[in-house]
Design a protein around this ligand. Structure first.
Ligand code: SF4
Ligand code: SF4
Length: 490
């Protein structure tokens, strides 16, 4: 069974959408409030019907996955739903480029059908069960009350860069960090330059008591992008790394009860983590080493003894960089599989853009997604020649999307991704630029118009700039069409 859930208030942008509009694509469609009652209705239905795919439609629906406080995802997991079968349709990405309610409806039907297809074919994510280590790494200052609470719960603390002895410990730093909630492996660099290895079940970071060098060191060890002197945990890392608490000014309220949360997490018998990792087909692998080179999270290595790729699922963030790099398609992702990515352009054959012009817009789940939400929120619209679809990261976009799109009648391709220094997957945007710049050269050599493909590198603080760029790109493609029409008459 396919289950489609429209989440939002009746006064929201989806007010005109009738549930019957979706019956042709889904076996069951419900509309629920964005509330505990609404989530209870969804999880009850999932528990009784065990759907093969569940699509959540809302304005900015990734919050249901990324914000663990909302609690919808844990509820669905609790009733036996594998996260790989849950997909999201962002209404903002549809409203942004639609001229009328009819267009919103048509696009929403198509996007929802594609989303069902995408998650319906994904293999279930594997689950890792961990007996938690009752030790917590504390980085920066913490309150005496929190220390007391943790110690009373039998949790040992390892503290760095904190307390009165901050000077003394200032040259002790975090060298490496890996693992899953309940069992992280950390390497602490000692003053004698030796690294001591520890295991701990949880990590707490108080960014307000750290200096920029300490934040940078921490970000490097934890493989987190570090833009403009801030230290932030990327949203998808919140899901995968539910054992890390980061106290920063913006989320001070949210983190207030962190010590109690750490106690209850480490008090469990087992912690289950779903691994949103890529897959490897060792039978196809030609041992070229491209995945070893391209992975920034050290998830791949070559095992010389067995002459095989060794893949550590627990280190993989599922960015897709190695999937794009692998020359023999031995790698794949659950959410954005090779078969899905290879058919995007063909699957949109029913889409008709403004004046017959069609532009494929792929936006990453981070700054691309934020830009789409921001623009839709300001009430701005872009040309209805665009059709926007999400993709996890620029890392997952291969150059084959260009010829595929052109062959399927698209006039242009727009890629909305993070600026290099804000990419959650560290080199996703950088590698995307490298690949596509190389492909531009090939297009030029073949006499093709390389300007038909454009990358929008988006900074979180400059989301508004994307609007003019998208409009300008649409005008450029329209002019190109006019020129081509003139040439063809000569
Ligand atoms: S990139 Fe593909 S073929 Fe090359 S080593 Fe990795 S899995 Fe094997
Ligand atoms: S998907 Fe990304 S993190 Fe996972 S192995 Fe490939 S490159 Fe590394």
């Amino acid at each position: 069974m396919k289950l489609t859930c429209m989440i939002g208030e009746d006064k929201g942008r989806s007010h005109f959408l009738e549930l019957s509009h979706f019956n042709q694509d889904s076996n069951r469609v419900i509309r629920v409030d964005d509330s505990v009652e609404g989530f209870t209705e969804i999880s009850a239905l999932c528990e009784s019907k065990k759907p093969d795919s569940i699509i959540l439609i809302a304005e900015s629906p990734l919050r249901f996955r990324d914000d663990l406080q909302i609690g919808l995802l844990p509820r669905l997991i609790e009733v036996g739903i594998n996260p790989a079968s849950i997909g999201f349709v962002n209404l903002n990405g549809i409203v942004l480029c639609s001229d009328s309610e009819e267009q919103v409806l048509a696009r929403l039907q198509l996007t929802t059908a594609l989303a069902h297809d995408r998650v319906g074919h994904g293999k279930p994510l594997s689950v890792k069960k961990i007996k938690p280590v009752k030790r917590c790494l504390v980085v920066g200052d913490i309150l005496d009350n929190d220390v007391k609470l943790l110690e009373q719960s039998g949790i040992e603390l390892i503290r760095i860069w904190s307390g009165d002895n901050r000077e003394m410990l200032s040259d002790v730093g975090l060298q490496s960090f890996s693992g899953l909630p309940g069992d992280y492996q950390i390497g602490l660099l000692q003053s004698d330059n030796k690294t001591e290895e520890y295991r701990c079940g949880a990590v707490f970071v108080n960014t307000s008591s750290l200096n920029p060098d300490q934040k940078r060191q921490l970000a490097e060890a934890m493989k987190i992008p570090f833009p403009a002197d801030t230290f932030r945990l990327p949203p998808d890392r919140h899901t995968l790394t539910a054992g890390v608490w980061v106290l920063e000014k913006e989320n001070e309220q949210k983190t207030a009860g962190w010590a109690a949360e750490v106690s209850s997490l480490l008090d469990r018998d087992t912690i289950e983590s779903y691994l949103d990792a890529c897959t490897v087909n060792l039978d196809k692998c030609g041992l070229c080493g491209a995945c070893v080179k391209t992975c920034m999270f050290s998830a791949n290595s070559i095992d010389l003894k067995s002459a095989r790729i060794h893949f550590d699922q627990t280190r993989c963030t599922g960015c897709g960089n190695c999937v794009t790099a692998c020359p023999v398609l031995a790698r794949d992702l659950h959410h954005y599989s090779n078969s899905y990515m290879g058919n995007i352009a063909a699957n949109l054959h029913a889409f008709k853009g403004r004046d017959g012009m069609r532009i494929l817009g792929l936006f990453c789940e981070s700054n691309g997604y934020k830009a789409v939400n921001y623009l839709a929120g300001t009430g701005k619209r872009v040309s209805s020649s665009y059709y926007f679809l999400p993709v996890k990261c620029g890392a997952r976009i291969g150059t084959e999307i260009i010829p595929d799109s052109f062959q399927n009648g698209f006039d242009g391709v727009a890629l909305l991704v993070c600026a290099r220094d804000e990419c959650n997957e560290l080199v996703g945007s950088l590698d995307l630029e490298r690949r596509f710049n190389l492909y531009r050269t090939i297009m030029k050599a073949q006499g093709q118009e390389s300007g038909r493909m454009r990358i929008f590198s988006i900074k979180e603080k400059e989301l508004g700039n994307v609007h003019d760029g998208l409009e300008q790109f649409a005008r450029y493609l329209a002019d190109l069409r006019t020129d081509q029409a003139v040439f063809s008459q000569l």
